[in-house]
Ligand binder design. Structure first.
Ligand code: HEM
Length: 251
């Protein structure tokens, strides 16, 4: 972005360049991504330019922010409609955490909560469509595609295919408890894409998503505001068309 960018873009630029300058000035190695970028070297051993650090930081911010927020929004939407699932998840969270805040080390002890998030990503994958172009001619099944063919791949559609997911429209977190031999094939479920352009932040997204989910869920229950329509709107990401309106109730 530059001086011709819209105000929001310029605001983000200013913010990120300021953070880079501050980090350089203090020289502090805080162990976070920005420190790593400031300390990183290119292949010829020179440090990254401010522009390069800015571009990397902005990509991480934009790729990671809305996707994770949407995944959580759809998770709350589904939990609000399925009090039985909410109760089971709540029991797990209480048993493991007993009211204290979660840390990343607790996450392996919260398998049901993880299944809830996985199932929400199945029904409402925030990145609902991705694209690929064939570098060379390729045969897929009975079809032959010339080099340059443009492919559209939709996790939203594939995740709702009954060949891979029985009762695909149903929100059933325990389907993810199936033994490996009964699990769907690798590319029946791809909310984080795959191949060389696989989501760079997948591990982070699981950690962040589950930490936020458990933190909020142990104190609050969400009830949908009656009469407010919730419909997915397929833009670059899969957003709720008119938002998801909820009432908070303390547990
Ligand atoms: C639930 C949350 C997230 C979902 C559903 C998601 C989904 C995806 C998908 C499907 C792609 C591949 C797009 C394609 O193949 O065209 C992607 C790429 C990417 N994601 Fe995520 N993502 C999430 C969270 C994050 C987070 C938290 C970060 C960073 C901290 C992140 C960083 C990236 C980056 C940098 C790429 C581009 C990778 C590349 O092209 O080499 N994502 N993401």
């Amino acid at each position: 972005m530059d001086e011709k960018s819209p105000p929001a873009g310029r605001y983000l630029d200013t913010l990120i360049y300021r953070l880079i300058d501050e980090r350089r000035a203090t020289g502090g190695e805080t162990g976070d991504v920005l420190s790593m970028l400031v300390g990183a070297q290119t292949e010829d051993g020179s440090p990254l330019s401010s522009r390069q650090i800015h571009d990397e930081a902005l990509t991480l911010l934009l790729a990671g922010h809305e996707t994770t927020a949407l995944a959580l929004s759809w998770t709350w939407y589904l939990l609000a409609q399925h009090p039985d699932v909410d109760a089971t998840m709540q029991a797990e969270i209480q048993t493991v955490l007993g009211g204290r805040l979660p840390t990343a080390a607790d996450l392996p002890q919260l398998p049901y909560t993880r299944m809830v998030f996985a199932e929400a990503l199945r029904l409402y994958p925030p990145a609902w469509l991705m694209t690929r172009r064939a570098r060379e001619a390729v045969v897929i099944g009975d079809y032959c595609f010339p080099a340059g063919t443009f492919f559209l791949l939709s996790p939203y559609l594939t995740h709702r295919d009954p060949r891979f997911f029985p009762h695909p429209e149903a929100f059933v977190p325990t389907r993810w408890a199936a033994p490996p031999e009964a699990a769907p094939p690798r590319f029946a479920y791809f909310p984080f894409g795959g191949g060389p352009r696989q989501c760079l932040g997948e591990g982070f997204a699981w950690m962040e998503g589950l930490l936020v989910l458990t933190t909020v869920a142990q104190t609050w229950r969400m009830r949908l505001v009656p009469g407010h329509p919730v419909e997915p709107r397929a833009l670059v990401t899969l957003r709720p068309k008119a938002g998801i309106h909820v009432q908070l109730a303390r547990r």
